[in-house]
Design a protein around this ligand. Structure first.
Ligand code: IMP
Length: 424
């Protein structure tokens, strides 16, 4: 039966954790298919407290749901252990979490190179999370990566670590003027972590396909977002994986025809963390207002998020590259109390109107938003539970967005609480 993809339609942080809650009762498996502990999904624990999941799928909070870290994810074993311990301490049963044997590991040298590499780039830095994500994916593509299955074979693991350090130490010492890493130290730390997680390593590809054959529903949970995709995002200011829907099949090991629904998560305005172009970014008091009212601070790195108006060019683009079937629109309540709500309907690039995402990144950098203003609403909408409960102007705003992005909005977030959602 079906696989459902959940994907951020902007630059991440659209509120995917809450979206998973909405689907909770309908799914038997939740799978992370790309990224690593660069992500941050805030979820509400059974004790009512917020918890920031980084690597572990958000289905971990729903008893009975099987959770998988798929082959497309890069895993820092130490970070995984910390996250498991944090959840265990809060009474969450993590015993069923599985890790694909083919998931690549983030090694200590990846983290060292991520951090020092960013410093080396100076003004051209990507603004990465510094978790070693990019360097781990580089090694995967260069075919020198270490995979979870290697934790089960000390001899192979050592061969791989030795070979990697031969090269990485040259980079660390000769290029970045840093200390070389010692093979034994790296082996010791990775094996110590490995002993704690090796019982979770499984052929998750086989299990997921069998589950689908048995009519179970699998939720493929993307992290980051469409515009951080290494192919379809604002390259080079992107992450090193494919959050877009196509990446879900690859990163979980299922066929694309298994996917029957692609849900895009879209914030009612736009945010971005790290460097890179952001046409509707606000550098004024309104940007500050969105940041404050929306609580826009990175879950993972605590960096303040850059904020701006809704960008329909991005929405249309996300609909197209992901094949979105419907959207969850989040944080509509943050826009309450504004006289007018501007929406970017197109860009002007070098004096020319551009209704679609420009072909080149140079043009994206030069894109000036063309705004259309929508009448705002003053009412507090946090208690609205049906579309009809929303003020007419809020309804008109949502309907206008649907028209511009070319897909239906099937759910609307009106507050941080689990129940503060309108299903349509
Ligand atoms: P990396 O994924 O750490 O390599 O960082 C690459 C870019 O993606 C940077 O601009 C990060 O700020 C951004 N990024 C990575 N993960 C997230 C996320 O979960 N939300 C928002 N931005 C992210």
């Amino acid at each position: 039966m079906p696989a459902i993809v959940l994907i951020g339609a902007q630059w991440g942080d659209e509120g995917k954790g809450k979206a998973t809650d909405l689907l909770g009762g309908q799914v038997q498996w939740v799978v992370r298919y790309q990224g690593g502990n660069n992500a941050g999904h805030t979820v509400v624990l059974p004790d009512g407290q917020d918890y920031a999941l980084k690597l572990i799928p958000s289905g971990i909070l729903t008893p009975g749901v099987r959770n998988v870290i798929g082959n497309g994810v890069v895993v820092d074993p130490g970070a995984l252990i910390d996250e498991l311990a944090g959840l265990d301490a809060r009474g969450v049963d993590t015993s069923g979490l599985l890790l694909s044997a083919d998931a690549h590991l983030i090694m200590p040298y990846h983290i060292a190179i991520d951090k020092v590499g960013e410093r080396y780039l100076g003004k051209a830095k990507i603004g990465t999370t510094g978790r070693g994500i990019g360097p781990a994916y580089q090694d995967k593509i260069a075919r020198v990566g270490v995979r979870a299955a290697d934790l089960l074979d000390a001899k192979i693991l050592r061969q791989k670590v030795e070979a990697a350090l031969d090269y990485k130490n040259q980079v660390l010492v000769k290029l970045y003027n840093r200390r070389a890493l010692d093979v034994d130290e790296v082996m010791e730390s990775v094996q110590a972590a490995g002993r704690q997680i090796e019982h979770r390593i499984a052929d998750t590809r086989l299990m997921l396909n069998r589950a689908l054959d048995n009519g179970e529903t699998v939720l493929l949970e993307g992290s980051q977002g469409t515009l951080l995709d290494v192919d379809h995002g604002t390259y080079p200011f992107v992450t090193s994986s494919n959050p877009t829907a196509g990446g879900a099949a690859v990163g979980a090991g299922i066929g694309p025809m298994r996917i029957t629904r692609v849900i895009g998560i879209l914030k009612a305005y736009t945010t971005r963390v790290g460097s890179g172009p952001f046409p509707t970014e606000l550098h004024d008091a309104m940007g500050e207002r969105l940041r404050k009212v929306g609580g826009e601070v990175g879950v993972n790195t605590k960096r303040p998020r850059r904020c701006g108006w809704f960008d329909a060019v991005i929405g249309r683009y996300a609909t197209r590259v992901n094949g979105i079937t419907d959207y969850f629109l989040t944080k509509l309540d943050v826009l309450s109390g504004l006289e007018k709500v501007p929406v970017c309907v197109a860009y002007e690039v070098n004096g020319r109107r551009c209704d679609e995402m420009p072909m080149t990144q140079t043009d994206v950098h030069h894109a000036v938003p063309v705004y259309e203003e929508f009448p705002g609403w003053w009412e507090d909408i946090s208690e609205a539970r049906t579309f009809d409960d929303l003020p007419a102007n809020a309804q008109a705003y949502v309907e206008a967005l649907e028209g511009m992005i070319g897909a239906r909005v099937s759910a609307i977030g009106v507050g941080p609480g689990r129940d503060q959602t309108i299903e349509r």
